[in-house]
Ligand binder design. Structure first.
Ligand SMILES: [Zn+2]
Ligand SMILES: [Zn+2]
Ligand SMILES: [Zn+2]
Length: 148
């Protein structure tokens, strides 16, 4: 999987430096965790102890610019990052953000094909991707509320 990202970097004339590789390894290992930059920094330091926070930020910025990772925030002012594991042309999964506990779930089906077609028909705009956040209350929190 990492080879794919290496190819992508080299296509844009960037090398897979050891620091960059450590950041990528962390993001791959935590593909479902939606880590903040600080959390990525702490995990990266376990692999590459000499790395600084500024270097981690620079690499996150670059990887985002190249479309290798995705950055989003869910209203708590923190940037969160996740590696893009989608195939070429496949659309981004949706995020389910719990207002109670702050957990971030994922919903992997697109479900928007109809909407995308409608947009194309009505406006001529071709949707190539989307980034959707649903806010609500997760199943665990609902259960806790019921039990309380
Ligand atoms: Zn879609
Ligand atoms: Zn919750
Ligand atoms: Zn996600």
């Amino acid at each position: 999987m990492k080879e794919r990202f290496q190819v992508q970097l080299e296509r844009d004339s960037y090398r897979l430096t050891p620091q960059r590789e450590a950041v990528l390894d962390v993001l791959i290992a935590h593909a479902d965790d939606h880590l903040s930059a600080e959390e990525i920094f702490l995990h990266t330091r376990e692999i590459y102890p000499d790395i600084g926070l500024a270097t981690v930020y620079r690499n996150l910025e670059l990887l985002e610019k190249l479309g290798i990772i995705h950055r989003f925030d869910y209203g708590d002012g923190q940037n969160r990052y996740e590696i893009r594991l989608t195939e070429e042309g496949e659309h981004y999964h949706h995020h389910l953000i719990c207002r109670e506990c702050g957990s971030i779930g994922e919903f992997k089906s697109d479900l928007l094909e109809e909407v995308e077609k409608r947009i194309a028909d009505d406006t001529g705009f071709r949707v190539t991707d989307h980034c959707l956040r649903f806010f609500g209350i997760c199943a665990d929190c609902q259960k806790r509320q019921k039990d309380a």
